[in-house]
Design a protein around this ligand. Sequence first.
Ligand code: SF4
Length: 435
Amino acid sequence: MSTQRTLHDTPLLDQLESGPWPSFVTGLKRLARDSGMMADLLGQLETSYETRKGYWKGGTVGVFGYGGGIIPRFTELKDESGKPLFPEAAEFHTLRVQPPAGMHYSSDLLRKLCDVWIDSGGSGLIAFHGQSGDIMFQGISTENVQTAFDGLNEMGFDLGGAGPALRTSMSCVGAARCEMSCFDEARALRTVINNNIDDMHRPSLPYKFKFKFSGCPNDCVNAIQRSDMATIGTWRDNIRVNEAQVRDYFTAHGMNDLFNDVVGRCPTKAITVVASDKLQSDPHTSVAHLGDGNALCIDNRNCVRCMHCLNVIPGGLLPGKDKGVSILVGGKGVLKIGATIGSVIIPFMKLETDEDFERLNDLARNVLDFFSENALDHERTGEMIERIGLANFLEALDIPVDPNMIREPRSNPYFRSDDWDEQVAKWVEYKQKVA
Ligand code: SF4
C-alpha cells in the first residue's frame, strides 16, 4: 500500500489550475500523492516559477551499448552544504523511447508500459509523444535507468535518438485508419530507420537528423516543417470522385457553401461548377454531377494536391489511384537561418514494390552520408544546403534537376535554362530509369 505524501505549498502552480482548461499541474499533483519524486518535482517547479529560473543541468547518463537516448537532468537547487533542496527529485532523467510506426497501441500494451515504468522506480510521468515522436518516460534516478530500459526493451521497445544523432522517426496513423493514405507509411519508416539505427544509438553526426513520413499532403506529422528528409504521399493521376458522397455534401450544404468553402478556396482555381449539359469530355477532369443540373469539375492539371477540397468533402473526393511519394529535404525549426520548409528533391516516385523501398532506403542513406561528411558542427541539413547551394547538393546525390522541383508552388522552379538541352536529356534519362 502506498503512503499519502505531504505536498509542498505551490501557490503559483495552483493558479494554473484555475483556468478553463485541464492543467498539467493537476496531473502532477495526482502522481505526487504516491510519489516522493513527483512531490519534490512540484517543489522545484514552484521555486522556478518564483525565481523565474530553471534549475536543471545536464550530465552523462546512459545504458549499456547505447551512446544516447537518455536525457540527464540533475538539480542545481542545493543548500549551502551542497545538499539538494528537493532530494527525491535531485535526479530526474528522461528515457526517450521509439514509438511504434503509426503510433498504434493496444490498451494492454499501454498498461504494461506503465507497470514497467513504476516497477523500475520511474516517477509515473509519461508523455505521448515528444516533438520527434518519442514516448518520453520522465523522471528516474541514475541508479534505476538501466532497470527501466531493460524492462521496456524486453517488451520490444528501443531507445530513440538524442544529441547529434539520427533522431526517432514518426509516421502518421496511415492506411490503417485514413482514406487519404498514399503509401505504406509504417513500412517506409521501419525500412529507413532499421537500416540506419546505428546512427541513432551511437551519435556521430554533425548535428541532429530527422526522417518523417506522412501518408498524404495533409502532412499530419509535420514532416515538411520538422524533418531533414520528408517522405510525403501524393498521386499523379486524377482526383477520384464518389459522386453519391459529393451529392450528400451538396444536399446538406447547398451551392453557397460549395462556392465559399470549396470552389473559392482552391489555391489554383482548378475547381469550377459547370452546367451538366455544357460539360466537355476531358481525360484530365474529375467530374461529380450534383443532381441539380450542375457538375463539380476539377482540372487535375492545375491541382497542386493541397488537399483542401478532399478535406472539405471527405469520402466524396479522394486521392487518385496512381499513388506514390514526394521527397523533400531541409525542413527544420529555428536556429541559424530561421525555420525552413523542405525543398522538393524527388517530385514523384512510386513506393510499392521491394525495389521501390530499396530505392528509398538508398536515397535516405546517401542523404545521411552526405550530411555526415559535409555539414558543419551544429548545422542542420537545410542550413548546409543553403550554404553549399541546392544544385550542388543535387549533383552530389546524382539527382538531375527537374522542372517539377519547386521552391514556391507554381512560381519558382529551380530549373535554369542554360545547358537546357543537356539538362533535359539528363532528366528524360532519369525519368525513364525511375518510371
Ligand atoms: Fe484545388 Fe487540388 Fe487543392 Fe483540391 S486539392 S483545392 S483541386 S489544388
